[in-house]
Design a protein around this ligand. Structure first.
Ligand SMILES: [Ca+2]
Ligand SMILES: [Ca+2]
Length: 499
């Protein structure tokens, strides 16, 4: 069929089902009750390269219609069209120009809008009758300044989609893949956000407000490697969200603001979040190795959170739960029976974790760290520190300076990282009490030689040598008989035997 010219015509009830209308023009035409859906044999209507610019569609069925370009026809043009109660479900709209279209009750479910131009499109509606964009593919589509109020994107593919300056009010973003999408300057409020991927997406300076879920639900969102500097979450639920790196790319949350926002269970491992503000629930959140310099964590609830290796230089945490920060002076800080994170910073600090699985970070200065009960992590930092793991299986790092690690009978199985043997500056010391005999044996692992200190029977070379209960493992350190004189202190009642 040759291309047809319906420009400026009034089409009512026309049946184009299964026809080939490639290259036709409907410029400024009015289409009411027109059919472009497949015919009875299932043949899809072809509308490649058609010109629907400035046309008006009312009650049109274009389900599965093909608008995409091919070797002979370019992209379809629907720019400035008005679409009311139009079904474009499953339509192939790749590369279509849909800029400035104005829609009402639109159905684009499962449509393919890859690389389509939807700049300033109106795909908005009311929450009672949401624009249906479920399962649609907007990969590389341009939704710059589009109005997406109440649109339902459930299951949509939004990879590298441009949402800059778009209105996302009361929009549903559930089960979407928005990897690499750009949300800068978008208006993000009352959105339903759940089970979605925003890895590598750009939320720089975006404010997300009133993002709520039903009680007990987890947001299950992934923001790995996303650009989120000066991002603001206000009254939002981002529980369980993943802000950990995407490959080697860390998530940038510099200057981000989590105001009255629930980030419990969220993973902030390695985030770059200098100056971040958190004042809400962060129960069980993971800040391992995060850059939290100059952060304001006051009033945050960090119960059961993890701050191992986090950089909290210049940070404040007034009235925070689960996190206590010292200052440049000599601090004496005791934790609780639960999991504590205690940072001493400079000065000669006394940090006492008491019960629970604690993290104690001495920082600069000659500090004394007492883990207490539980499986604690102690990091002395610079200075000549005294580290006592206490009961439980502890992980102890002396850091720079000549540190002393004290172990008493009943202190569990501890792992010591970075222990320095010998007599030089910065050598570390071990002190044992309440253990009559210790068998010392080295074990070669894939990561180097470890030294085990095990309960011994005081008899050298017998069959049971080195099989007693492990007391301590020096990870990556080969501790020899010669080190008794240089690296054991205050252990007068213990005999050391070597294999
Ligand atoms: Ca201090
Ligand atoms: Ca220290």
């Amino acid at each position: 069929m040759p291309a047809l010219n319906f420009a400026e015509q009034d089409l009512v009830g026309n049946n184009f089902r299964g026809q080939n209308l490639n290259g036709s023009t409907f410029f400024k035409a009015r289409l009411e009750n027109v059919r472009f859906d497949p015919n009875a044999a299932g043949t899809r209507t072809q509308l490649r390269g058609t010109n629907f610019s400035e046309s008006t569609w009312i009650n049109v069925n274009a389900r599965l219609a093909i608008f995409a370009p091919n070797a002979n026809f370019g992209p379809a043009d629907l720019s400035l069209a008005t679409l009311e109660n139009v079904n474009l479900s499953g339509a192939d709209l790749r590369q279509a120009n849909m800029s400035l279209i104005d829609t009402k009750l639109i159905n684009l479910s499962n449509a393919n809008l890859t690389s389509a131009n939807l700049q300033e499109a109106n795909l908005s509606g009311e929450q009672s009758e949401r624009p249906n964009l479920r399962g649609a593919n907007f990969t590389n589509a341009n939704l710059f300044s589009a109005n997406l109020k109440a649109a339902d994107f459930t299951g949509a593919t939004l990879v590298n989609t441009n949402f800059q300056e778009a209105t996302l009010e009361a929009t549903i973003l559930v089960n979407v893949n928005a990897t690499g999408a750009d949300f800068r300057l978008s208006n993000f409020t009352d959105v339903t956000l759940q089970n979605s991927i925003f890895d590598g997406a750009n939320f720089t300076e975006v404010t997300l407000s009133d993002v709520l879920l039903n009680p007990g639900q987890s947001s299950n969102l992934s923001f790995r490697g996303a650009l989120m500097s000066n991002f603001v979450a206000d009254d939002a639920i981002l529980t369980g969200a993943d802000f950990s790196p995407l490959g080697n790319t860390v998530t940038n949350l510099t200057g981000a603001n989590f105001n009255n926002t629930d980030i419990s269970g969220a993973n902030f491992t390695q985030v770059s979040a200098e100056g971040v503000f958190i004042n809400g629930l962060a129960i069980g959140a993971n800040f391992t190795n995060a850059n939290l310099r100059n952060a304001d964590l006051s009033k945050g609830d960090f119960t059961n959170a993890t701050f191992v290796g986090a950089d909290l230089t210049g940070a404040i945490a007034v009235d925070a739960l689960g996190l206590t920060l010292g200052d440049e002076t000599n601090n004496a800080i005791s934790g609780t029976g639960g999991k504590d994170n205690i940072f001493g910073f400079a000065g000669s600090d006394n940090l006492n974790g008491l019960g629970g699985d604690d993290y104690l970070d001495g920082g600069a200065g000659n500090d004394t760290l007492l883990g207490g009960g539980g499986n604690d992590i102690l990091d002395g930092g610079g200075g000549a520190d005294v580290l006592v793991g206490g009961a439980g299986n502890d992980t102890i790092t002396g850091g720079a300076g000549s540190d002393t690690i004290r172990y008493s009978s009943g202190n569990g199985q501890d792992r010591i990282n970075g222990f320095v043997t010998g007599t030089g500056t910065g050598r570390d010391l071990l002190s044992f009490s309440g253990i009559p005999a210790i068998d010392v044996r080295t074990v070669n692992t894939a990561n180097g030689t470890n030294t085990q200190f095990r309960v011994g029977d005081g008899i050298a070379g017998n069959a049971g040598f080195g099989t007693g209960e492990i007391l301590m493992v020096l990870v990556g350190t080969n501790f020899t008989q010669a080190n008794i004189s240089s690296n054991i202190t205050n252990s007068p009642n213990t005999t050391f035997l070597f294999s």
